[in-house]
Each structure stands twice: as C-alpha cells, then as structure tokens.
Design a binder for this molecule. Structure first.
Ligand SMILES: [Zn+2]
Length: 135
C-alpha cells in the first residue's frame, strides 16, 4: 500500500499544518533579578529589599553551554510570550512525531510482509478520543 500525499491521515495533516504557521519564538527561560549596585552608601548593599530591579535575564542552552542576555523590562512580557510559543511549538512537534510514528506503524502492519508486531497488528490503530482541549 503506497502512501502518496493524498493518503496523509487527517490527524497528521492537521498537525503538520499547524506547524507550518511560524511565529517569533524562543527556547530558554526568563528570570527576574534584583541586583546590588556599586554605589557607596546605597541601601542595596545592606537591605535585600532595596536591591535594584527587576532586571530580566534570558537564559538558554546553546550547544551545551548556557548563555544569558539581559532583556529590557518593557520587553519582558513579549519575551515570555515568545518562550511560551516555543514551548507550544515543541509540544506540537512531539504530537506530529507521535502521529507520524503511528502512521508508520500502521503502514508496516498493513503490508503483508510487515507483520512484525504480534499484538493487534491487523487492526487499524484506534483513534483515541481526546479529552476536550482547554485551549
Ligand atoms: Zn544600589
């Protein structure tokens, strides 16, 4: 059973289409920091409550190394949204992977020579009814 593009399962197609809508996004995390300054006599040197901030720092791993950059306070909310978009993207990639693997499994199970998996391999994979999305 050859699979051309017209036989793409609806679920796989839907997931792939959602991935094909790029938007600004990031990996990493944003943290809020309160810092001491170096001014002589400034209260921040004694009193944690008097520290300056918040300052925002974006931290991410690049090639195994942790990198940080400051983010202007007025940009912090936007950066948070970009990070959330990145996490959502990662979840969608995982969902697409899972759907494609099921599809691959189905394809192999459906071919006469491919009955490698014993349990339930003749049956079409069941679509699980998903719980209602909260989004
Ligand atoms: Zn200070």
């Amino acid at each position: 059973m050859a699979s051309d593009s017209s036989s793409v399962p609806a679920r796989v197609r839907a997931l792939a289409e959602r991935l094909a809508q790029p938007r600004p996004m990031r990996r990493g995390s944003l943290s809020e920091r309160y810092v001491k300054c170096s001014k002589a006599g400034c209260a921040c040197s004694q009193d944690p409550q008097a520290r300056h901030g918040p300052y925002y720092s974006l931290t991410r791993k690049v090639g195994g190394q942790t990198r940080s950059q400051w983010v202007a306070a007025e940009q912090a909310e936007r950066v948070r949204e970009q990070i959330a978009a990145g996490q959502e993207f990662r979840q969608r990639v995982e969902a697409l992977w899972a759907a494609c693997e099921q599809w691959a499994q189905e394809e192999v199970a459906a071919s006469p020579a491919g009955e490698v998996e014993k349990r339930g391999s003749r049956r079409r994979w069941r679509r699980r009814s998903r719980p209602k999305s909260k989004r």
